[in-house]
Design a protein around this ligand. Sequence first.
Ligand SMILES: NC(=O)c1ccc[n+]([C@@H]2O[C@H](COP(=O)([O-])OP(=O)(O)OC[C@H]3O[C@@H](n4cnc5c(N)ncnc54)[C@H](O)[C@@H]3O)[C@@H](O)[C@H]2O)c1
Ligand SMILES: [Zn+2]
Length: 368
Amino acid sequence: MRTVNVDLGERSYPIYIGSGLLSHIGQYFKDHGISLNSPLMIVTDDHVAPHYLTLLEKLLLEAGYDTVSKVVKAGETSKSLSVLEEVMTTAIEGKLDRNSTVIALGGGVVGDLAGFAAATYMRGIKFVQIPTTILAHDSSVGGKVAVNHPLAKNMIGAFHQPEMVLYDLDTLQTLPPRDVASGLSEMVKHGLIRDGDFARWCREHASELLALDPEALEYGLALGCSIKADVVSRDERENDLRAILNLGHTIGHAIEAVAGYGEYMHGEAIAIGMAGSARLAVRLGRDASIYDETVSMLQSLRLPVTMSSHLSTDDIMDAMKHDKKFREGHMLFIIPDSIGSVSIVKDIPEQLVRETIDQLREGGETHV
Ligand SMILES: NC(=O)c1ccc[n+]([C@@H]2O[C@H](COP(=O)([O-])OP(=O)(O)OC[C@H]3O[C@@H](n4cnc5c(N)ncnc54)[C@H](O)[C@@H]3O)[C@@H](O)[C@H]2O)c1
Ligand SMILES: [Zn+2]
């Protein structure tokens, strides 16, 4: 078992990572002061619920907790205001009070939705994350919680840090292979922005990671979480440094929005976005090996580096302009300087961005 501490002053919290943690949940909750006198609400989705919801409810009941559960439809479409209202209905009907805690059991979708519910129910109650995807090693660190607006992703949200994160690696064993690769995309991203050796480790251990080898997972998730935790602890509210975590996301979010949420998994879209950022880096004069190495890392993890040919450059450019990272009319990109280090670059000429998107299309040029 490894513990990563997210250091945020009085909002600091631990991430416990290991196998078999769920069976000790009662003790973890008591150690973290989760009240026995107020009901808890578990939010999960209909892919995760059949595997783990009954078990979690039973373990919490045995520990003396009353729970209500809300199961939402799996997928990005549940990160919406209408599903949020349903979650709030369950909370009100379940008589959650100011001392209650919301538990997110699932991936990033459930984490963002349940976290936003916790941030806003009665102006904010406690929140615990039980991530069940690899991608959630990213989404469970840093307290960004949100739902989507039909025009743009994550537009309605808050910063709300959890009390703790309980990452039981056993729950990952039921993840579909595409979700495994999608989650590994954010893991290698953490290496690409801050730790080139870690990015190379991800490539060298790609087959163990894809096969969900517990030792490789524990190491990779702990290192990924600690890189993110370090960045977040230096800039919790994304005034500057935290933006580097958005490597690949300006293009990636636009691809998700244009393709329609659900065609590309989040990690797949940002893998294409990271290939795009590496192309931009080379076009801006960085070493050509940055693109080749980035692509080889992504491909070793079975991630896409080009997008479907039916996606139009105009639509992607428009979607990028709705993105929060499009500040005051300037395109803001996270650009690799080398493998393991990035810069925030403003004012990249629009024409260069257009050409890069054109090249990202399937069948496009393989070299920059
Ligand atoms: N808040 C943040 O800082 C942050 C960071 C990165 C991503 N995100 C968000 O995270 C979301 C993507 O997260 P995700 O990839 O975890 O998506 P997800 O929550 O939709 O999970 C992916 C799929 O796997 C299923 N699933 C989850 N755990 C499972 C398990 N153990 N066994 C079987 N099936 C399982 C889910 O039902 C879903 O179908 C996006 O909405 C993205 O915006 C947020
Ligand atoms: Zn992401």
